[in-house]
Structure formats: C-alpha cells, structure tokens
Design a protein. Structure first.
Length: 261
C-alpha cells in the first residue's frame, strides 16, 4: 500500500470516527480531530478559533468587523494564550499583522494556506514572527478558514515547533481535504460555543449545562453534577434556551439535527 493510499484511507476513516461522536461530545470530537490531523501532517499543536463579524465595523477596521470569540487549543500553551490575548487587543486598536488581514480578506470562501503563502516579503525576519511564532516555540503554521454563515467562520491553525521542517504543499492539501466535507461538524462546534448562531457566546457554566441537556440529563441530575441548586440550574437552562431562541429541549435538539426550531 502506497503512502498516498494510506493517507486517503486514514482521512476517510477520520471522517467516520468524527461522525461517531455524540452531540454532547463536541469538545472531545474537536480535540480528536485536531489530534488526528496533527498526526497526519506532523504538526506539534493546533488551535481552533470561532469568529464572528460584528455589526457596523469602523470604516478603518482592517478586519472589517471580524473578531475571534472562542479560542481552543489541542495542547495547553499559556505563553501562546498570552500572545493571542495581546494580538486581540491589537486588533481592537486597529493594529493587525498582515498574515491575519490576508486571511480575513478571503472570508466567505473555504481556504487553506501555509504561513509562507500569507506572509509578505521579509515577514519572517519581522517582530511579529519572532514573538508570536518563534517566541512560543513555533516555526511554521497552516491556517484554514471555513465559513459557517455570512457572519461566522471557524479557523484551524496547525503548528510545527522550532527545529522541525516547514510545512509543504502536500501537508496543506491534507488539511484541506480533511476539513472541506465537515461543514456539519463546523456548524455543531459553533452551536456548542453559542457563537454566530446564538444571541451571545455561552459562559463556561452555560456550556456545561448545554452538554448535559444534550445528554438527556434531567435538571435534577444536572444540578447534582455541577453542585448547583435546582433553582440555579433552572436559571442556566432558561439562559441557554433564550440564547438559542428556543423554549424546549425538543427545539434545542432540532438545532443539532439541522432542523428549524
């Protein structure tokens, strides 16, 4: 069996494996997908980002209103978290790295690029690469941007650590092939975060309650699992329903099944 054929078999198997996760296992499914893609392309770590386009962006906003609303890592990296938080502050101040603006300029279309394909001449000698990549132990990245709807996108970033070779086109193409047919998965991830499909992102407590509702637990069981009073749990349930614009579990589940509530 050739390496290409092995890779194709692994990709097809991965699609099935991700589909086997239950709706309430969205976090586990995301970690599994990130981990398996890292194995396929020799990446060291990965990031998932849920982003939305804000209403009425400032005319001078280089990102046209697009902002990250949830950032999840395959493996914890506190230093990268600090750098990412600083970059988000820079975005709000109107200072954005060119690799980010080039990626966002392609919003609305499926795209997968190596860092070298987004970077202008001389960028790898600049301060941003030294701090945001080399400074946290990364030498290269592949970035995928995937529209969920007109005002919501997900981004996947896959990193190689300092000392590894840079990514090649074959590895970029593997990422593109794995992620392209998983639109249903990307939609579910955004649903579970409450990003772009709810009136506001879910708090950590609301996300835990949501996952319990999707598992079919009663409010009494949810209260016990989270050490909440029944009253507090009921209030969280109401908040979740309100954010998704539903009034019952049946309507909530209909969202996950791709039906109108």
């Amino acid at each position: 069996m050739t390496n290409d054929h092995r890779t194709q078999c692994a990709i097809h198997a991965l699609w099935n494996e991700v589909a086997d996760f239950e709706a309430a296992q969205a976090d586990a499914a995301r970690l599994y997908l990130l981990g398996r893609i890292c194995e396929l392309i020799g990446a060291h770590n990965a990031t998932w980002v849920g982003a939305v386009r804000m209403d009425n962006p400032h005319p001078s906003d280089p990102l046209n209103g697009w902002r990250p609303r949830a950032v999840r890592r395959l493996r914890p990296n506190p230093q990268l978290d600090r750098e990412s938080a600083a970059r988000i502050e820079d975005m709000d101040a109107g200072s954005v790295d060119e690799t980010t603006t080039r990626n966002v300029e392609l919003s609305g279309q499926y795209r997968v690029n190596r860092l070298v394909e987004l970077a202008p001449d001389g960028w790898f000698e600049g301060a941003f690469y030294r701090s945001f990549y080399l400074g946290v132990g990364h030498c290269d990245a592949i970035w995928a941007g995937i529209p969920v709807n007109e005002d919501a996108e997900v981004y996947f970033g896959f990193y190689r650590k300092v000392g590894q070779d840079m990514f090649d086109q074959t590895q970029r193409d593997i990422v593109a092939e794995v992620l392209r047919p998983l639109k249903w998965f990307h939609r579910l991830q955004m649903l579970c975060e409450g990003i772009g499909v709810a009136s506001g992102p879910l708090s950590p407590a609301e996300r835990r309650v949501l996952h319990s509702l999707l598992q079919g637990l009663t409010e009494k069981q949810i209260a016990a699992a989270n050490s909440h009073s029944p009253h507090t749990t009921h209030e969280y349930v109401k908040r979740v329903f309100r954010k998704y614009g539903v009034t019952s579990r049946a309507q909530l589940m209909a969202l996950w099944l791709g039906k109108a509530p």
